[in-house]
Design a protein around this ligand. Structure first.
Ligand SMILES: [Zn+2]
Length: 285
């Protein structure tokens, strides 16, 4: 089995409307889970996972980055100056050139925006100059021909750069994974063809589930986001995943949870619900 080192890297945080993030959950409930500011927004992480696997550096997602102009930056409540992901990478003693593979669960701007250079740096370029960029083929189709409903979530400038880079790898069910410890599955409830990464660790499995389960509060099956394209399908997909993880002691990585990055999925038989049990990523290695 390949040796694996894992590390959490946080990108810039964002503040999004709490109601939109919690779909049909009443504010009286969700405001107890994540308290809103006076504009009804909740603070969300854009958390990435750096994994050294078999001598190669994999970056799962790139967060929101700092490509927005000041007006959009303000609209989406992007926090912290500069590109926090790159600063954290630097803190880990690495540069963008060191990343061999970027895996994007989907192409919404708060997951893939960190692929783009900062607004102040002039015309956009790709931040990771060597990395292959793995994206689900059906998500690519959706992102490049979006529906009016989700069009604003995608970044046409990024698609153009990726296409021109010759480093884009479009993944489907038949694509061999980049390493034997990584497996991909697909989910359509949040956005068509979203790609989940399953990493086989020594004693457990860690799933980077993107926006299928963005944080601890969303582990509870009925909780979905207003942004989800097909909420009922999402709940079925989430049930399927969580049943399997709970049976096997598997873990979820949370990209958006403001507080915790990783949790074991447990089934509470008394309350008949799935619950997250916070875990430190270091404990999984
Ligand atoms: Zn999304």
């Amino acid at each position: 089995m390949s040796s694996i080192e894992l590390r959490v890297l946080e990108g810039n945080r964002q503040r999004l409307d709490g109601g939109a993030m919690f779909g049909n959950v009443p504010k009286a409930l969700w405001s107890r889970w994540i308290p809103p500011d006076d504009l009804n927004r909740i603070e969300l992480a854009c958390r990435c996972l750096l994994a050294r696997i078999g001598g190669r550096n994999f970056l799962f997602e790139t967060g929101i980055g700092n490509f927005f102009d000041p007006a959009l930056r303000d609209r989406y409540g992007v926090l912290e100056p500069g590109n926090r992901l790159l600063a954290q990478l630097d803190g880990a003693g690495m540069s963008p050139e060191d990343i061999d593979v970027v895996v994007l669960s989907h192409l919404h701007f708060d997951h893939a925006g960190g692929m783009l250079s900062g607004y102040e740096e002039g015309p956009a370029r790709l931040v990771f100059p060597r990395a292959e960029v793995w994206v689900g083929a059906r998500q690519w189709e959706r992102a490049t021909s979006p529906h009016l409903r989700d069009r604003v979530s995608f970044l046409p400038a990024l698609h153009e750069l990726l296409e021109a880079s010759e480093r884009l790898v479009l993944v489907d069910e038949a694509t061999p994974p980049p390493d034997p410890v990584i497996g991909f599955t697909f989910s359509d409830g949040h956005t068509p063809g979203m790609m989940l990464s399953h990493i086989a660790l020594q004693d457990t499995e860690l799933v980077f589930a993107g926006d299928l389960v963005p944080g601890a509060a969303w582990v509870h099956l009925p909780v979905t986001m207003g942004y989800d394209r097909f909420p009922e399908r999402l709940i079925d997909e989430k049930r399927h995943l969580e049943e399997r993880l709970a049976a096997q002691g598997g873990h979820l990585f949370f990209t958006h949870d403001p507080r915790i990055s990783c949790a074991q999925v447990c089934y509470n038989a008394q309350k008949k619900k799935f619950e997250p049990r916070e875990t430190r990523l270091e404990a999984l290695m």
